[in-house]
Ligand binder design. Structure first.
Ligand SMILES: Cc1cc2nc3c(=O)[nH]c(=O)nc-3n(C[C@H](O)[C@H](O)[C@H](O)COP(=O)(O)OP(=O)(O)OC[C@H]3O[C@@H](n4cnc5c(N)ncnc54)[C@H](O)[C@@H]3O)c2cc1C
Length: 473
């Protein structure tokens, strides 16, 4: 260990990025002393009370859906996005390939995938059969100016993902990684532009510090606000990035049957009139459930997942508008304001509205939902009017896109389909990183979704592996 330090490396955040970093350090540098600090609970102790209670209890101090070992991965749908060998670029998952190169990223994804398989991921890949059927859907989409991206997916299912990450947690601890749970890193220790360690608050409320010459920030979207503050406080170079603003859309499996069967997850991208903003479908969950996630400051956002064993009769997916607000100092504040307003209308909950009502300019009432042919799977969502809080531009983008999608998938714009809001992605701060993901502070590295490097389980995990390989190069 380096002289004067208690650890060689401190990892902040035990999501897929931090966990896979630790895994690969065991393979490459078993002699290094590593401390991983995670503000949430052990994965086996993470329980979301919403299902039992029928409403989101806004767990304190942190939401169990997004915090705890394996981060947002534990309750995520566990769709591991792979790649098509013939593709010469990566179309989903963020920017890792821009640092590593496309061919190297493919090898990295293969390796990461093997690790997932080793810990119990299914060997079945979705979206690889029925090529001619997929080509037909792609053609129909192209005819209305929409692009279809089809990449193979390995689907763990929320319940299986939980189990898989528990095995990884066990493996890390058995192999010498010290993990502090329910402990929150409050500050970085930086001297003369070099990182020296972190300040953190333990489960019992004690404020203390740990020192190491290398600190890895892997705080995810849930820690993006904290990272933004750290960037301002310690002069870590970063820049505003594109933000995603949107809704979760729920419709009958019957309407989505072809996409669900041939692709499992169809990634459609369009630029509808009149604004030509990029609008896309994201995180599709056949026979799934709409869910919530609570962020710092108590903002309740919508998301979705599907389990391996428990099925609904609905498919849900996100409809996201990418907004380029790079000239705005804090684009995240723009997103937060949308969430605040929508939460205020929903009494602290997510809002839900029938598509027909949204188009007709009227709110949806609770008893109208009861007789709606599409039954909402998120019981805590409050019937209301999403358009009262969604900016005109994004609302128009979403409605125009739904109409385009209806030409590809008849029934996509059925009046009883449901819109939940807000769905926002907090990765609008992009930290300046070197090829080894080092920030402008010596010894301080950043990986995963929180720093704007990746989006999604596979790439966040792969970024951790890549950093472990490059840290001592
Ligand atoms: C409901 C849901 C479904 C999803 N479904 C999918 C899917 O099917 N496929 C897919 O690819 N992606 C999915 N995602 C996204 C995926 O989960 C994330 O892309 C991935 O988890 C990012 O990994 P990460 O390690 O970068 O960050 P995270 O998983 O967010 O982990 C960050 C960790 O850091 C901890 N942390 C934050 N700040 C601090 C601090 N100051 N001190 C200590 N600890 C801290 C947090 O508690 C958290 O555990 C889903 C997300 C959600 C919420």
């Amino acid at each position: 260990m380096s002289k004067g330090y208690c650890y060689d490396v401190i990892v902040v955040g035990g999501g897929p990025a931090g966990a896979f970093f630790a895994y690969e350090m065991i393979q490459k540098h078993p002699e290094k002393k590593i401390l991983l600090i995670e503000r949430g609970k052990r994965v086996e102790n993470r329980i979301c009370p919403e299902k039992k209670e029928g409403k989101c209890l806004k767990c304190r101090p942190h939401c169990n859906i997004t915090n705890g070992f394996s981060g947002a991965g534990a309750f995520s749908d566990g769709k591991l996005s792979l790649y098509n060998p013939e593709d010469d670029d990566f179309y989903v998952g963020g920017n890792l390939h821009k640092y590593v190169g496309v061919d190297e990223t493919k090898k990295l994804v293969d390796y990461t995938d093997e690790v997932y398989l080793k810990f119990g991921a299914t060997d079945k890949k979705e979206g690889v059969k029925n090529r001619s059927k997929v080509a037909k859907i792609r053609k129909t989409a192209e005819n209305v100016g929409v692009e279809l991206i089809n990449i193979p997916i390995r689907h763990l299912g929320t319940d299986k993902a939980h189990d898989l990450y528990r095995k990884i947690e066990e493996y890390l601890e058995k192999n010498g990684i010290t993990i502090l749970f329910e402990s929150e890193v409050t500050d970085l220790i930086v001297e003369n532009n070099k990182v020296k360690g972190v300040m953190y608050c333990t489960k019992s409320g004690e404020n203390t510090c740990a020192q190491a010459p290398k600190v890895i920030i892997a705080v995810g979207r849930v820690g993006a606000d904290w990272l933004l503050n750290m960037c301002a406080k310690h002069n870590i170079k970063s820049s505003p990035a594109v933000i995603d603003v949107g809704v979760r859309y729920e419709l009958p499996d019957e309407v989505m049957s072809e996409i669900n069967e041939y692709l499992y997850e169809g990634k459609f991208i369009g630029k509808p009139n009149p604004f030509n903003d990029k609008v896309r479908t994201f995180c599709q969950n056949p026979s799934g459930f709409v869910s919530t996630e609570v962020y710092d400051g108590g903002l309740t956002l919508v998301n979705g997942h599907s389990a391996k064993d428990e099925k609904s009769q609905n498919t849900n997916l996100a409809l996201l508008v990418s907004m380029n607000l790079r000239d705005v100092a804090d684009p995240m504040e723009y997103s937060r304001n949308i969430a605040r307003n929508m939460n205020a209308l929903g009494g602290g909950n997510v809002l839900v509205q029938r598509l027909a009502d949204l188009k007709a300019g009227k709110r949806t009432w609770e008893d109208e939902l009861k007789s709606n042919s599409v039954e909402p799977t998120l019981k805590s969502a409050m019937a209301g009017d999403v358009s009262l809080a969604m900016p005109y531009r994004e609302m128009t983008d979403i409605l125009m896109f739904i109409d385009l999608m209806d030409k590809i998938i008849p029934g996509f714009a059925n009046p009883d389909n449901l819109i939940y809001g807000p769905e926002l992605k907090f990765y609008s701060n992009k930290v300046d990183l070197s090829k080894s993901f080092e920030t402008s502070i010596e010894g301080l590295h950043a990986i995963g979704d929180g720093c704007g490097l990746t989006r999604g389980l596979m790439m966040a995990s792969a970024s951790g592996i890549q950093l472990a390989r490059k840290l001592y190069d």
